[in-house]
Design a protein around this ligand. Structure first.
Ligand SMILES: O=P(O)(O)O[C@H]1O[C@H](CO)[C@@H](O)[C@H]1O
Ligand SMILES: [Mn+2]
Ligand SMILES: [Mn+2]
Length: 408
């Protein structure tokens, strides 16, 4: 009775990407740098965590071994000495971007070989005619921002002016993205969603991957917080993904967290949401009770990236990893005969790195399930090998990209 559980720890890179320099990311290493910082006391935060990074359950599956293979370096605190108990290795991204959709689509068997459109690191960043067209169609008094920014910093900077003027905050990043932040109450959540739908149509011609609604609440700069009502308006993947291939033959795909948004709601039969990694972990466990023979549970754990990676918060990232690792036995305990669990990531977001953007890295690939013997799977040349492994495990036809790492 084969089933598959694919769990993406968003942004959990393990260093070593051969093409990192092309992104200005040579030497970035999300796991390695967090572990080194923790070993040096830089991961301590009173009431949260302290000392060496402890990830014994992922390490036992082969995380430390995979990181050593990726970078050639030891990871402080990951000292599991026996042979790894899982399928273990890393994967290299072949897609041109280091963004979330590119990473997930490649995991699902569809590398992104075309160039996304990006906005330049100038102020203003957005083309004038684009903004004029959106402002006119949406009936806005104008916009604020119009630059590259961190989403939490820009609402602290411009949130009060936004409430005063009714002008939404437009910003972007190194990703192919137009983000719009607006107050849930003063501007209105539905109005923000409508505005994003308008913007989506206008950025199609510029080949922009996503428009993202970023609602927030609070009344003053110090008190603004983003809510869980973020919504992504994504373009469709360029080819049928693993999700499409499964649902086309009648299989169920439960998307947990952002998966539905990332795949533009294609190939997902059920969506389970949750606020934060713990709720999403619970939802993943529930999903495992709902799927049957030949089905897929596909989970994205976003906090690693959005709360800690982009915020360059080493203790927060370390604590989130330790929390996930501590709960991993709950997941392992739910695996039934025929199940394949794969833990991986979509890109890096090294919290010790300059700026606030993603980092181009290898990602870990750890697989396990009842009766699956531990074995190194090496450095995979595309994330698509993960999708093809799931395809083979679930007994559907192979796709055009990638190679399964299960025995034939
Ligand atoms: O700083 P925030 O708003 O979290 O933005 C981050 O989230 C966006 C979408 O994943 C990325 O483009 C990144 O810049
Ligand atoms: Mn991501
Ligand atoms: Mn991100």
């Amino acid at each position: 009775m084969p089933r598959a559980i694919l769990c993406v720890l968003d942004s959990f890179g393990i260093g070593g990407a051969e093409d990192a320099a092309r992104f200005g990311d040579a030497g970035s290493d999300t796991l390695g740098h967090i572990a080194q910082a923790c070993a040096a006391g830089g991961g301590d935060r009173p009431g949260l965590r302290s000392g060496l990074l402890r990830l014994p359950n992922m390490d036992r599956l082969g995380l430390g071994a995979a990181a050593r293979l990726s970078t050639g370096r030891e990871v402080p605190g990951l000292n599991f000495s026996g042979p790894p108990e899982g399928l273990w290795g890393y994967a290299t991204e072949t897609s041109k971007g280091k963004d979330t959709p590119s990473g997930h689509w490649e995991i699902a068997g569809v590398p992104v070989r075309f160039d996304w459109g990006y906005f330049p690191e100038t102020i203003p960043t957005f083309p004038k005619d684009l903004i004029v067209a959106i402002v006119a169609e949406a009936g806005l008094p104008g916009i604020l921002g119009d630059k590259h920014a961190s989403g939490t910093e820009i609402i602290a900077e411009l949130g009060e002016e936004h409430i005063r003027t009714g002008r939404p905050i437009f910003y972007t990043s190194a990703d192919s993205v137009l983000q719009i932040a607006a107050h849930e109450v003063h501007f209105g959540l539905d109005r923000l969603y409508d505005l994003c739908a308008v913007a989506r149509r206008h950025v199609d011609a510029l080949n922009i991957g996503r428009v993202i609604a970023r609602p927030f609440v609070g009344e003053t700069a110090a008190g603004f917080v983003r809510t869980a009502n973020r919504r992504d308006y994504s373009v469709l993947p360029p080819e049928p993904t693993l999700l499409d291939r499964l649902t086309a033959v009648g299989r169920s795909v439960i998307g947990v967290g952002k998966i539905g948004d990332i795949f533009a709601h294609q190939g997902v039969t059920t969506v389970l949401k949750g606020a934060g990694n713990d709720e999403l972990f619970d939802a993943m466990l529930r999903a495992m009770d709902q799927v049957g023979d030949g089905d897929l549970v596909f989970t994205n754990l976003i906090d690693f990236d959005s709360l800690y990676g982009h915020r360059r918060d080493v203790p927060g990232y370390a604590a989130a990893l330790e929390r996930f690792d501590a709960r991993l036995p709950e997941l392992l305990g739910r695996l039934k005969d025929g199940d394949l669990l794969i833990l991986t990531a979509d890109h890096g977001c090294d919290p010790t790195w300059r700026g606030t953007d993603h980092t181009r890295e290898h990602v870990p690939v750890l697989g396990t399930g009842p009766g699956i013997a531990g074995r190194g799977i090496g450095g995979r040349q595309t994330y698509a090998d993960i999708g093809e492994t799931v395809a083979q495990h679930l007994g559907i036809e192979p796709g055009p990209h990638g190679t399964s790492f299960l025995a034939a």
